[in-house]
Each structure stands twice: as C-alpha cells, then as structure tokens.
Ligand binder design. Structure first.
Ligand SMILES: NC(=O)C1=CN([C@@H]2O[C@H](COP(=O)(O)OP(=O)(O)OC[C@H]3O[C@@H](n4cnc5c(N)ncnc54)[C@H](OP(=O)(O)O)[C@@H]3O)[C@@H](O)[C@H]2O)[C@@H](O)CC1
Ligand SMILES: Nc1ncnc2c1ncn2[C@@H]1O[C@H](COP(=O)(O)OP(=O)(O)O)[C@@H](O)[C@H]1O
Ligand SMILES: [K+]
Length: 550
C-alpha cells in the first residue's frame, strides 16, 4: 500500500501527528515543513500553463481577470488573500503568506480572530513585523485574484455560527477562486458534513494523509479538485494507528490492478478463465441484459452464459455470439417466470442477477439466493431481495454475495439505515455489511464498498471487522441509466474469473468499481460528459485496461 491508499479520521490524524511530535519533531518545525510544501505547490499551480482547468489555479485567476476585464493592480504576480484561522490551519496559512510575500507576491491577510493558538500567534506577529497587511474586514479581499483558506482544518468540530458563519458566506460570495489548506473550512473531517456553512474551494490541498471527507459525496462540491501534500509521515506511525491492514482503504490504480486476471496462463482453457451466468432482462428491459453481458465480456471471462426470457433470446445471441444464451419460461409481460430445470447452477463459478428483470422474476431470484453460488445482485434483483427480507436471507447465505445498490435501492434494502445514505455513506455501508455479512457496493460519485474481512486465519476479534474500499475518482458522465448494468456484468465476470483462478476475492468489487469509473473518465475525456451512454461505456473498458494494466 502507498500513502495514497490510506484514509484517516481527524482523530487518527491527531494520533499519528502526536507520535511524530513524541519522537522529537518540534510542532513548529512540522508546520514550517508542511506550509513550505504548500507555498511551493501554490506557486507551481499559479505558474502551471495550460494544465487542466480544475488543477491549475492560474487558469482560474486568469479567467477571472478576463471575465472581470477590470484593470487589476498591474503586476506579474496575482494578489493573494490569505484567510487565517485561530488554530494550526491558520498557522499553516501564515507561513504560506510569509513565504509568498518573500517570493514577491502581493499578500493580504484576513484574520477576524483575536485569540490565536500560541504558534499561530507567533507567525502572525512575525508576518506583521514584515509589514504584510492584516485586515479583519472581508472588504480588503475584494481585489484578490486568489484566496488561500487557512481558517479551519481537521480541528474543526463545532458548528460554525454567527459572525464566523457570516464571514464564510461573504467570502464565498466574493466569487474569487479559493484554494483550501487541508480541508475546505467548515467541512467535517470524517463525515464530510457542512458544519453550519463551509468554504466552496476550487482546489483543496489535503495534508499528509487523505481525510474521510474527501470520499464523502456530499463534501465534493466544497472540496473542488484535490490533491495530497505528502509530508513524509513515517510508515511505522501510520501502521501503528491504522494497523497492518487498514479498515478503510482508498482504491488506487496499483491496488485495483493488482489482482486483474493478467497475464493469462499459457495453458489456460476457457473454464479456467471463469464461467459466469448472467440472469437478466425482460421483454420490457432487454437492453439491461445486453449491457450487463457486454460488461462481462470486457472482463475477459472464459465462458459467458446468459439466461433471459425466451422472447429476447435471439436478440442476445445476435449481440453476443460467443455467449451461451438460455431462453427461460416467461410471464405474460415477458419477464423470467422461473429458471429452466435444465440450468444446473453449480456449473457456474458465479452468477450475476438483476438488471432489467422486473419484480416478476422473484422465483428465479429466490432460487439463486438459495443456491450456494457466489453472487452479484443488482437492480430488480435487489428490489426482489428487499421484498423477501434482506438481512435474514443474506445472513443465511454461505457463499460470497455482492450487492450493488444505488442509494434508492439501498434504502429499500436497509430501511433501518435509510437516513444515512445521503449523509455518511461510509458509515451506512459499514453498518449494512455488519448487518447481513454481504459485500455492499453503494453506487454514487465515490463508490463505497464494505465487506466482512475474509481470511480464516484472523483472530476472532477481527472476525467482525469490516474492510471498506473507497473509489476516489469518477465522472458524472456515468450518472445515467444503464451504466450500473455494465458494472454488474463487469463485476460478475471478474468475480467468476477470480474464483476459477483461485485468486483473492476481497478486493474484486474494488477493482470492478475502479475499472468502470476509469472507463467513464476516458470516455468523457474523448466524448465530453454527455457522450458516455452505457453502450459507449462498454466500448471503453478494454482501452482502459490497455492503458492501466500494461
Ligand atoms: N497538528 C499539527 O501540528 C499540524 C497540523 N497541521 C495543520 O493544523 C490543522 C489542525 O490544527 P488544529 O488542530 O489547531 O485545528 P484547526 O483545524 O486549525 O482549527 C481548530 C481551531 O478553530 C477553533 N474552532 C473550532 N471550531 C470553531 C468554530 N465553530 N468557530 C470558531 N472557532 C472554532 C478551535 O478553537 P476552540 O474554540 O475549539 O478552542 C481551534 O483553535 C490541520 O488542518 C493542518 O492545517 C499541519 O500543519 C501539520 C502539523
Ligand atoms: N455523480 C456521479 N459521479 C460518478 N459516478 C456516478 C455518479 N452518479 C452515478 N454514478 C455511477 O453511475 C452508475 C449509475 O448506476 P445506476 O444508478 O445503477 O444506474 P442503472 O441502474 O440505470 O444502471 C453507478 O456506477 C454509479 O456509481
Ligand atoms: K482550511
């Protein structure tokens, strides 16, 4: 695992930093080191010519100048407003202010607080001694090209109210690009909740280790684009607090591609490369079956069988000549009424069921749930499961079960957790995994996956531990019907292949979520965020694999 895989709460960050100070690193020295890195990064971002709009602050400041057209102070350096809070976030900001000042930037400091932590006060005194202008009125910031937000970092625990809240809202309304230090001020480090009000940053520099907030959907509009500022936290300190296998992990290219079924064994044959059965589709939703099957095809699955209602069998065969398409008995409306007796479920490594089934396929879903097959359940498969009773049925299953709800399906599956999906999605999936023992993949901007830790060698104190994988990067281009069906097929294919190859299963869902999102990103880059229909998405899965798995 690399530094990019770790995710911490405020409390864990505090514990890790306490170890660093206890080992002898002076607090002031660490602040100087960290803020020096921040100052240099800000200068690099300002100088970045033509880098991606979200990444380069310079683009933003230049664009603002063009938009304003007004004759700002003529200087080759933008005017930087530095927002200073009472704690060490403010301390960082003061060091940044001083260093940018020495680099020739015009710096203006805004600090409405009178009671500062001692180290922060020292830096404030020194900045004043350098005649860097201090103001406690937001008016002074209106001509700035960029604001650096050092008001609150991971030490914020209380709601921001009254004058402080009013100040943050006024700062947001200046409509000046903001770069936040560690977290956008006002965002709860762990849950991503807005504590009263929060700074809307264009870009956030997260310090040392990724905080949980960066993986909570509701914080994204405040964080903007983000990057990690690595300040050499010793691995031993991280392991001491997070353990050898951290309970929460951020999915990276390295961790996602670690268990891909590449390279293939030269003596493999189609069955050693996995046999997946997809149960999907209805006359009404035939496309869902096709999309799931195309997702499975891209996984490299050795053998693909697809069970669909008899009346759409020919359609599937024409789309996927390599697949074994099984026509099932169907209801009046063209849904699978039951699985044909000829299907022997034990002949498949895994089953993926749900896309486009409609609620009429309950008998087929029940027989799959009763089987001992590893299972990916999605869409109507989940709605049927919810009707049958999620927790009792899933707790009964001995085989691996991965469910892939979007927030709406999640609420139907776990009514007792319903109010938490819009909030702390991470806690909601952990609670669901604890409740039913299945792997929960909660879809959204940052896919969150929680599962019971596997491995029989674990001390039983671990047995009830859940491991959570968070996918940090995706694209709203995926937010359209059908892209979830593609994920189901891709995930089912990877699961069946991993089982056939006797590879580890715990991170298969993380690999699928990451691959699916990266294909969406690649497609959006080439076709804009409006150009990624679900079929197109399936066509980008292999080009994505080529780029990342070589
Ligand atoms: N540990 C280190 O040395 C390193 C830390 N680093 C930096 O320090 C940051 C963490 O610093 P921190 O712990 O001082 O807290 P911080 O986020 O600055 O703010 C808390 C302060 O705000 C106040 N306050 C709280 N709520 C409030 C409210 N609603 N309304 C008004 N005030 C409120 C609260 O005062 P209180 O009233 O609670 O006593 C407290 O003083 C971290 O994000 C990173 O930037 C890096 O340099 C690496 C080394
Ligand atoms: N704002 C977003 N940013 C990134 N990915 C998203 C966003 N909204 C949804 N997604 C992804 O798009 C897919 C939508 O799937 P789903 O809601 O199940 O649609 P369907 O069931 O019609 O296929 C999921 O993979 C989800 O993670
Ligand atoms: K901040």
């Amino acid at each position: 695992m690399t530094i990019q895989n770790f995710v911490v709460t405020a409390d864990q960050m505090r514990q890790i930093e306490t170890r660093i100070f206890a080992a002898g690193m002076p607090v002031a020295a660490l602040m100087e080191k960290v803020a020096g890195l921040i100052a240099r990064r800000i200068q690099a971002l300002l100088k970045a010519e033509g880098s991606s709009a979200t990444g380069s602050v310079r683009d933003l400041t230049d664009r603002r100048k063009r938009e304003e057209g007004k004759n700002l102070v003529k200087s080759q350096f933008p005017v930087i407003g530095v927002l200073v809070g009472p704690g060490h976030n403010g301390g960082d900001a003061l060091v940044v202010a001083r260093e940018l000042h020495f680099q020739g930037f015009q710096v203006v400091i805004y600090c409405p607080f009178s009671k500062l932590k001692e180290l922060t006060k020292n830096h404030a005194d020194y900045a004043r001694s350098l005649n860097i202008p201090f103001f406690d009125k937001i008016e002074a910031l209106k001509n700035c090209d960029l604001l650096v937000d050092g008001l609150f970092g991971f030490g914020l625990e209380r709601e921001i109210i009254n004058a402080t809240a009013a100040a943050l809202d006024e700062i947001n309304n200046l409509n000046i690009p903001i770069l936040s230090i560690d977290l956008p001020s006002g965002i709860h480090t762990d849950t991503g909740e807005v504590l009263g009000t929060a700074i809307r940053a264009k870009h956030t520099l997260c310090l040392g280790l990724w905080k949980m907030a960066f993986l909570q959907d509701r914080a994204l509009e405040y964080i903007g684009s983000s990057e990690l500022i690595d300040f050499d936290i010793p691995a031993a300190d991280i392991a001491a607090i997070l353990g050898e296998t951290p309970a929460i992990q951020r999915i990276t290219r390295a961790s996602a591609t670690q268990h891909l079924p590449l390279p293939r064994s030269p003596i493999s044959h189609k069955y050693t490369n996995g046999h997946l059965l997809i149960i999907a589709g209805s006359r009404r939703y035939s496309g869902a079956a096709i999309l799931a099957a195309l997702g499975a095809r891209a996984s490299g699955i050795g053998m693909l069988s697809i069970a669909v209602p008899e009346s759409i069998k020919a359609m599937l065969s024409s789309q996927l000549p390599e697949a074994l398409v099984i026509g099932c008995p169907e209801t009046q409306s063209g849904a699978i009424s039951e699985l044909p007796v000829a299907i022997d479920l034990s002949s498949y490594d895994a089953i993926a069921a749900g896309p486009g089934l409609t609620l009429e396929a309950a008998i087929a879903v029940e027989s799959v749930l009763e089987s001992d097959r590893p299972l990916v359940l999605d869409a109507d498969g989940l709605n049927i499961l919810a009707q049958l009773g999620t927790v009792p049925i899933l707790s009964e299953r001995s085989a691996l079960t991965i469910i892939t709800p979007h927030p709406g399906e999640f609420k139907r599956l776990f009514p007792e957790l319903a109010d938490r999906t819009g909030e702390d999605r991470i806690a909601a999936t952990q609670a669901a995994a604890q409740l039913c023992g299945a792997t929960i993949l909660l879809k959204g901007a940052k896919v969150c996956i929680s599962c019971k830790e596997e491995g029989d060698s674990l001390p039983d104190s671990y047995a009830s531990r859940t491991i959570t994988y968070l996918n940090p990067e995706s694209t709203p281009a995926l937010a359209r019907g059908g892209s979830g069906d593609v994920l189901t097929g891709l995930l089912g294919g990877l699961l069946a292949t991993a089982i056939a190859r006797k590879s580890p299963l715990q991170s298969v869902a993380a690999t699928a979520a990451w691959w699916h999102a990266q294909a969406g990103i690649m497609a959006a880059k080439e076709r804009t965020e409006l150009g990624v229909d679900a079929f197109t998405l399936t066509q980008y899965l292999i080009p994505t694999l080529r780029e990342f798995a070589e």
